[in-house]
Design a protein around this ligand. Structure first.
Ligand code: ACO
Length: 344
């Protein structure tokens, strides 16, 4: 009989973004905006946009396939699939079930989605690690994917310039080495502020967007300034809470991988935590805000850049609609520490 709680660690990661890149300059031919305005206010230069026929589940499956390969496993080894998204074209079948089928993960493997907006990946880590510690799951696939290009109003310059499409995935494993992998988590939610950022059915069918851009049945609306203030306060608090819970100081963190919504939000959090900006992984300039996918996309990129090494302490922190938020502290564990980053 097991007497100690096993550690849960990320054994493999992967990410994917659609081929089409939509630059700020191209966007300025669609709505009244400019590269200068978007970059100064948000830090974003470009974002990836799905092809019209490319679904949220397609994006998720691409990222998931890479994570399984990166873990050195086969789809048949996966025994639980959980996906996070707020931009799937259909709630049922879930993205998780569609990924299971697309990759040939055996029928019978449990699969379900969660909706926690931009905090989706941090929620996934907590849910999956608890299910693994409580149950028999061995190789768990978590995947966050968004196709937000179908959810923005391409005539609303206050939102359409901020979001992008992409996916990121991880395969989680258990091990008996103490104090590696997921060390601690904090999660939160506040439905009283739900109206500040919502994805709701469109009041009327939208006109076809210019430039062959996708469209869908739901649309994002948000109160940018209030979200900004709340995001800085709540993400800073979540970082402090998880550090305190684990008895670790901010200075010990090798890399913070924050939700990639706005460079000014990340700069403000760095100021709150008194950490230099180079301790943060930032890639929003090339992806925009990909909601739940932003953290695993950034983490995968950081790993491939060699910025994540065996033994490093990582802090993942997110804030999103709902409101939802969360922070996860991870001690990176690479059983084969000589493994070299995979090419994209
Ligand atoms: N191009 C040009 N002008 C614009 C654009 C645009 N794309 N969008 C708005 N403007 C105009 C406004 O109309 C306004 O004009 P006015 O002064 O004549 O009324 C002016 O620019 C200033 O607009 P503000 O909304 O005050 O701009 P602000 O500095 O607050 O920046 C922004 C807006 C970028 C949305 C910022 O508030 C923000 O990033 N908030 C966080 C929201 C966020 O990240 N949401 C993502 C989802 S939540 C999450 O992921 C955490």
């Amino acid at each position: 009989m097991r007497t100690t709680t096993p550690s849960v660690f990320i054994r493999g990661i992967g990410s994917y973004a659609p081929d089409r890149i939509l630059s700020n300059n191209e966007l300025s031919t669609i709505v009244e905006t400019s590269d200068e305005w978007i970059f100064t206010r948000s830090g974003i230069r470009e974002r990836h946009v799905a092809a019209p026929e490319e679904t949220c589940a397609d994006i998720a499956a691409q990222a998931a396939r890479k994570a399984i390969e990166n873990a050195g496993l086969q789809p048949a080894d996966i025994d639980l699939v959980i996906a996070a998204t707020v931009s799937s074209e259909s709630p049922v079948p879930s993205v998780a079930c569609r990924v299971q089928h697309a990759l040939g993960i055996p029928a019978g493997t449990p699969a379900f989605d969660i909706a926690a907006a931009c905090s989706g990946f941090v929620y996934l880590l907590q849910i999956a690690s608890h299910m693994m510690r409580a149950g028999d799951y061995k190789n768990v696939l978590i995947v966050a994917a968004e196709r937000l290009s179908g959810t923005v109003d391409w005539s609303d310059r206050t939102t359409c310039v901020l979001f992008g499409d992409g996916g990121g995935a991880a395969v989680l494993n258990k091990c008996d080495i103490p104090s590696v992998g997921i060390l601690g988590n904090v999660l939160g939610g506040d439905g009283s502020k739900g109206n500040l950022l919502s994805v709701r059915p469109r009041p009327s069918p939208p006109p076809p967007p210019a430039g062959g851009l996708p469209t869908g049945t739901h649309v994002i609306s948000m109160s940018g300034k209030e979200i900004f203030r709340n995001a800085v306060r709540v993400m800073s608090q979540a970082c402090r809470s998880v550090l305190e819970k684990c008895g670790i100081s901010a200075e010990e963190i090798a890399l913070i991988v924050p939700h990639q919504a706005n460079i000014r939000i990340i700069e403000a959090i760095a100021g709150e935590l008194k950490l230099p900006l180079d301790r943060f992984k930032i890639n929003l300039e090339r992806y925009g805000n990909t909601s739940a996918a932003s953290i695993p996309l950034a983490l995968d990129e950081a790993w491939r850049e060699g910025r994540v090494r065996h033994g490093d302490l990582l802090l993942l922190v997110a804030f999103g609609g709902g409101f939802t938020w969360g922070a996860t502290l991870v001690r990176w564990h690479a059983p084969d520490a000589s493994a070299t980053p995979a090419t994209a």
